[in-house]
Design a protein around this ligand. Structure first.
Ligand code: PLP
Length: 463
């Protein structure tokens, strides 16, 4: 008999593996369906190896490691935590804002118990879900009324549909934004049933452009924050104050899509930035929309604040039901907003703000700690701490470079691209960036609790 045939005969059957010590353990821990699939796959691979090369390990013991890796892969969740070493705090691809344990505790309470989500405990009858964030929003930004929906895209869609369906919405050509992931203002506008009335030019729009665009079918004056780009040089746009005056004179509501929606004044941190939501509310803008998970640092959501009349009209729109937020998000929102009652606390306790506003020396200390631990374990790479800059991300504060510190790694035995790929494909995945010929681990977004796994991951990738 051929030698290959002999080896093939020794290959254990699916049944033998399932009934072995290993099989029994796996079936206790993992779904049987995945155990079976992994066993069959590995047997197939081994059979091919025998036929191709004539040799392979064929004992159950030899095969067990490969089978277990497959079972684990099959039974693991698709959505999984990663280590963000990019330095981009509001990283859209990596889930934007991270929530604190305190906020998550509140989510757990709301989701794991019955609650007064839509029940008025005082009166013993049906209540409203939006009540739970209204009071705190009033407190921190001074708005008359508020509504929260699934995300800011939904907020804009809902406002346009409610206030301007079949009517013209005046927008400056300098503000026809596209945010990543297919949010393009002209497209949202047409989906809402409102008619886009573009005015001005890319770099300059004047008050008279707005004035001359107004006609009997004008439904709304819309200002949109240029979240993720800047127009510099020979430019001009119209102030919120002037637009408010025009809106009052012409009896046309005025809406401002703030995009990120900054609640605390970043100027006190030396960051020149956009006006706070409170300042826009003070300017008496009728309707203001912004995201929950950008600079606010909360869960995905869209906040709509403004005049009571308009908010009530929004609530009567059947679309509101279609874009309403769930109780988990609502719980996360309320807990996040409560942190803002005391701004110092917000900066300390909201991870997005904390990572963005932390002192460079603290980032440097963390980078040094990571580098030192790595240097102790790794001999086949040049490791150093370097000064660099990071970005806010999420289309927020695009013009600002935040000074940061990164651990730079130049591998000696593999290419820097290989190192990036190995880190990305590890467990947990480590997402880094490459600058020139080095791999960068920006310590801004690496939390203390990530350090141990980060070091392990780099060690494994270079090992
Ligand atoms: C980000 C952004 C949106 C979309 O907000 P999501 O919460 O991502 O849906 C809309 N408008 C502007 C100006 C933005 O910056």
């Amino acid at each position: 008999m051929d030698k290959k045939q002999k080896v093939l005969r020794k290959l254990p059957s699916v049944d033998a593996i399932i009934k072995s010590f290993y099989g029994i353990q796996w079936c206790k821990t993992y779904p049987r369906r995945y155990v079976l699939k992994a066993v069959r796959d590995v047997i197939d691979i081994r059979r091919k190896e025998i036929l191709d090369t004539g040799s392979s390990d064929v004992s159950i013991e030899d095969m067990s490691a490969a089978i277990e890796i497959k079972i684990k892969k099959l039974s693991s969740y698709s959505l999984q935590p990663v280590i963000n070493a990019t330095g981009v705090v509001i990283h859209t691809n990596l889930g934007r804002s991270v929530l604190s344990d305190k906020i998550l505790d509140n989510v757990k309470k709301a989701a794991g118990n019955y609650s007064n989500l839509e029940y008025n405990i005082e009166e013993g009858k049906r209540g409203k879900r939006y009540i739970h964030i209204k009071r705190v929003l009033k407190e921190i930004i001074g708005a008359e009324d508020a509504l929260v929906v699934n995300n800011n895209a939904a907020a804009v869609l809902l406002c346009l549909n409610t206030l301007a369906k079949g009517k013209e919405v005046i927008v400056s050509r300098g503000e026809l934004v596209e945010i990543g992931g297919s949010f393009r203002l002209p497209d949202v506008m047409s989906a809402s049933g409102a008619l886009l009335k573009e005015i001005g030019t890319t770099n300059k729009t004047h008050l008279y452009d707005y004035k001359s665009a107004i006609n009997d079918n004008t439904g709304l004056i819309l200002k949109v924050h240029q979240s993720n780009y800047m127009i510099t040089g020979f430019t001009e746009d119209v102030s919120v104050k002037d637009l408010k005056t025009l809106s009052e004179k012409s009896h046309i509501p005025f809406m401002y899509d703030l995009g990120s929606g900054c609640i605390i004044d970043l100027k006190s941190f030396g960051i020149y930035s956009e006006p706070t939501v409170r300042e826009i509310v003070k300017a008496d803008v009728d309707i203001i929309t912004f995201s929950g998970d950008k600079l606010l640092g909360g869960p995905q959501g869209g906040v709509i604040v403004g005049k009571k009349d308009y908010i009530e009209r929004l609530q009567r729109n059947p679309l509101t039901r279609a874009v309403r937020i769930d109780k988990l998000t609502l719980a996360a929102f309320e807990a996040t907003l409560m942190e803002y009652i005391d701004e110092d606390k917000a900066v300390r306790n909201i991870p997005t703000l904390n990572m963005l506003l932390q002192k460079p020396e603290r980032i440097r200390d963390r980078a040094k700690k990571i580098a030192l631990t790595l240097k102790r374990q790794i001999k086949n790479a040049t490791i150093a701490v370097i000064e660099d800059t990071s970005k806010a991300g999420g289309g927020s504060l695009p013009e600002i470079d935040f000074p940061t510190y990164a651990v730079s790694i130049k591998p000696e035995t593999i290419s820097v691209n290989d190192l990036e790929e190995r880190l990305r494909k590890g467990t947990p995945a480590i997402i880094s960036r490459i600058k020139e010929d080095a791999l960068m681990l920006d310590a801004r977004t690496v939390r203390n609790k990530d350090i141990e796994e980060l070091v392990k991951g780099v060690h494994a990738a270079l090992g």
